[in-house]
Every structure is written in structure tokens, then in C-alpha cells.
Design a protein around this ligand. Structure first.
Ligand SMILES: N[C@@H](CCC(=O)N[C@@H](CS)C(=O)NCC(=O)O)C(=O)O
Length: 208
């Protein structure tokens, strides 16, 4: 069976939730922080990042959005097919969340990649939180417009990734109280059995 590599606190929680929702035959291998830069893991994913999905034949699939799409195609119902409205909207949402919103966290997780001096890094962080606020406002409005329960009106893997983003917000000066739909969404995700299972096997706790 394939193995999904995860690490506490990271976006690999999204495919981990998807595996729980699908009850898919995928082993979860939760590595400790730091192990993602060790030789043994770099052999699996030379990018030194999680998630990675390792197949029995040794092939590896990386990138959260691609892994989620593959899980849906391999173990999902027709609802996840890309030729359905939900399927194509899910692809769009996952691309946005991974390539825009996750990427916008670069200035938070590694301001040193963008500027050298402390003052310049502070500036990078300030702009990062400004940009993130714009993304969270959009996400909040989109969720509200779709009824507030699921990002696309029906449950999809976009919810799994969105949940990760609502957790990361706590690491920034932004407050979940400013995004009322996201706040309710996070609580409702944490009441979900699949989410609870995924959190446990990734050594993480609900945050309320
Ligand atoms: N574009 C990749 C990003 C993966 C990524 O940045 N993963 C983070 C965790 S959320 C990671 O492994 N960070 C460790 C590091 O960069 O040292 C994806 O969507 O899967």
C-alpha cells in the first residue's frame, strides 16, 4: 500500500484528512520535525518537504494538491471526478490554496529568504500579513457565499486544506475573530471524526 509522509503542524495534514475521509488503504508515516532534511527522507523527496506519497514500486508523488487529486481519483467516489462541477471547483480551490495562500506564508516562515537586515525582514513580514489578510478575507467570503459549512457547498478536499490554513493563522498577528465564517468552519472541522483521527496520527491537537 502507498505511504503518506506527514510531519506535525504541516500542510500534510490535508492529505492525511483525505485518507481518513476516504478510508483509503494508505499508511501514514509521521516523521519528526528535522527528519525531512535527513538523507533517508531526501531519498524519498529530494525537495525536503512534506507531504510525499510513496508507492510500492518506489515512485513518489509530491505536492499536496497533486496528492489530493490522486487520492480522489484512486479511492474517491464520482463526486471527486474532475469532470463534475465539484471536481473542477475543487481543483481550482486547491491550486489557489496551495500556490497562492500557502506560498504567501513564505515571508512568515522564512523572511530571511526575502531580505537580509532585521528592518527589511520586518517590512517583509508586515507585507506578508497584509497579503494574508487579503487571502483570508476572500476565503471567508467564499465560504459564506457557499453556506458556511463547506468551502464549495459540499464536502471536498478543499476543506481539508482550508482547515490547515485556519490553523496557521494562529501563528500570525491575524485573528480568526476577524473571519467569522472561517472561525465556525474550524470548529465544525474539529468536530469531524476523520479530522480528529488525522490530527491524532500526525501528533497534533485541535485548537478550537
Ligand atoms: N508546494 C508544496 C509545499 C510543501 C511545503 O512547503 N511543505 C512544508 C510543510 S507545510 C515543508 O515541508 N516545510 C519544511 C521545510 O521547508 O523545511 C506542496 O504544496 O506540497
Amino acid at each position: 500500500m502507498p505511504t503518506l509522509y506527514t510531519m506535525p503542524g504541516t500542510c500534510s495534514l490535508a492529505p492525511n484528512i483525505a485518507v481518513a475521509w476516504l478510508d483509503a488503504p494508505v499508511e501514514i508515516h509521521n516523521i519528526a520535525y528535522g527528519d525531512h532534511k535527513k538523507e533517508s527522507y531526501l531519498k524519498i523527496n529530494p525537495k525536503g518537504k512534506v507531504p510525499a506519497l510513496r508507492f510500492e514500486d518506489g515512485d513518489t508523488l509530491t505536492e499536496a494538491s497533486a496528492i489530493l487529486s490522486w487520492l480522489g481519483a484512486a479511492y474517491g467516489t464520482d463526486a471527486y471526478a474532475r469532470n463534475t462541477v465539484l471536481g473542477r471547483k475543487e481543483a481550482e480551490a486547491l491550486s489557489y490554496m496551495t500556490s497562492e495562500v500557502h506560498a504567501a506564508y513564505g515571508g512568515h516562515f522564512g523572511p530571511g529568504n526575502f531580505a537580509d537586515s532585521d528592518a527589511a525582514q520586518d517590512e517583509v513580514k508586515r507585507k506578508t500579513y497584509e497579503n494574508l489578510n487579503g487571502h483570508y478575507k476572500l476565503l471567508d467570503e467564499h465560504l459564506k457565499a457557499n453556506g458556511g459549512e463547506w468551502y464549495l457547498g459540499k464536502r471536498s478536499f478543499a476543506d481539508a486544506f482550508l482547515y490547515v490554513l485556519t490553523r496557521w493563522l494562529e501563528q500570525t498577528p491575524l485573528s480568526i475573530d476577524d473571519y467569522s465564517a472561517l472561525k465556525k468552519f474550524r470548529a465544525h472541522m474539529e468536530a469531524d471524526e476523520g479530522v480528529q483521527k488525522a490530527l491524532k496520527r500526525q501528533d497534533m491537537e485541535p485548537i478550537g
